[in-house]
Design a binder for this molecule. Structure first.
Ligand code: SF4
Ligand code: SF4
Length: 270
């Protein structure tokens, strides 16, 4: 892979030490999604300390707070904190709304960049590679803008172009002709030990699907909902368009293999 892209991907990993607990404040949380309590967007979680640390961090797994364990901001938290030159949401109430808005914008931009970087490794089609390069350059330009201009970004138009590229790559891998997104419903489906190489599960519902021991080479999980999917003894090391949040939300074991650029879910070690 392009070394520059590899460096950008490193920056999309979360660095909570360099952040002001933005996800625990800026986001709406609900008890049914695995957070300790319902909470409005913009209000700090009652467990967030003044040093931006979670005072029940060591208990998140035993208390089964899946929302907290699963969330991953693609590095938007530390980037937002850095953009505001370490002036935090609680120190500067006048900037609070802008800080939260930029965090949400960067989350989306970083997520699209995550996918684009992987896309660049999955095709040798020159036309597609040029389009990916152009989108990456636009991303870098967006990050250079003053905050006031970033707040006005039209992400829908950019997202449409990103999605078109990603879909073309998924289609090329799976051999599918249609440009329609699959959005299959595999809720609880038992795929035990099936060969699912090159299958396109983009945007599919895979909650509690059993993928134990499956062959998943070049299987696309772009945007798939993998909460509680069983990945025990599965090899996802060559699967494509996986994110840390998907890994965190699924069940795995010591035999689960994942791509080198992702981390094992902390809940799997138990
Ligand atoms: S916003 Fe991201 S970097 Fe900040 S605390 Fe949450 S996960 Fe960590
Ligand atoms: S419980 Fe901890 S990790 Fe979860 S939202 Fe609250 S402060 Fe954040």
């Amino acid at each position: 892979m392009n070394i520059k892209y590899e460096k950008i991907r490193d920056k999309l990993k979360i660095d909570c030490e360099a952040c002001s607990g933005l996800c625990c404040v800026a986001l709406y949380c609900s008890k049914t999604d695995g957070f300790p309590a319902d909470k409005e967007a913009g209000k700090p979680c009652r467990h967030l300390e003044s040093n931006y640390r979670c005072n029940i961090h060591s208990e998140l797994i035993s208390k089964n707070y899946k929302g907290c364990i699963t969330y991953d901001c693609f590095g938007a938290g530390q980037k937002t904190t850095q953009l505001f030159k370490d002036v935090t949401w609680d120190e500067n109430p006048n900037e609070k709304d802008n800080i939260f808005a930029i965090f949400l914008i960067l989350f989306q931009l970083h997520q699209m960049t995550w996918y684009l970087i992987e896309a660049s490794t999955l095709t040798s089609d020159e036309t597609l590679l040029v389009r990916i390069d152009k989108l990456m350059k636009e991303y870098e330009q967006m990050l250079q803008q003053p905050i006031i201009d970033m707040l006005k970004l039209d992400l829908d138009e950019y997202r449409n172009r990103v999605n078109t590229v990603l879909k073309q790559i998924c289609n090329a891998i799976s051999g599918q002709k249609s440009n329609q997104t699959n959005k299959g419903n595999y809720f609880g489906k038992n795929f035990h030990k099936a060969n699912l190489d090159k299958r396109d599960f983009s945007m599919s519902l895979m909650i509690a699907a059993n993928l134990e021991g499956c062959s998943l080479k070049q299987t696309s999980f772009l945007g798939a909902d993998m909460r509680d999917a069983n990945l025990c003894n599965a090899d996802l090391s060559e699967s494509v368009f996986l994110t840390q949040m998907q890994i965190n939300s699924a069940k795995g074991n010591s035999n689960t293999k994942i791509p080198y650029y992702l981390s094992r879910a902390i809940s799997w070690e138990i």
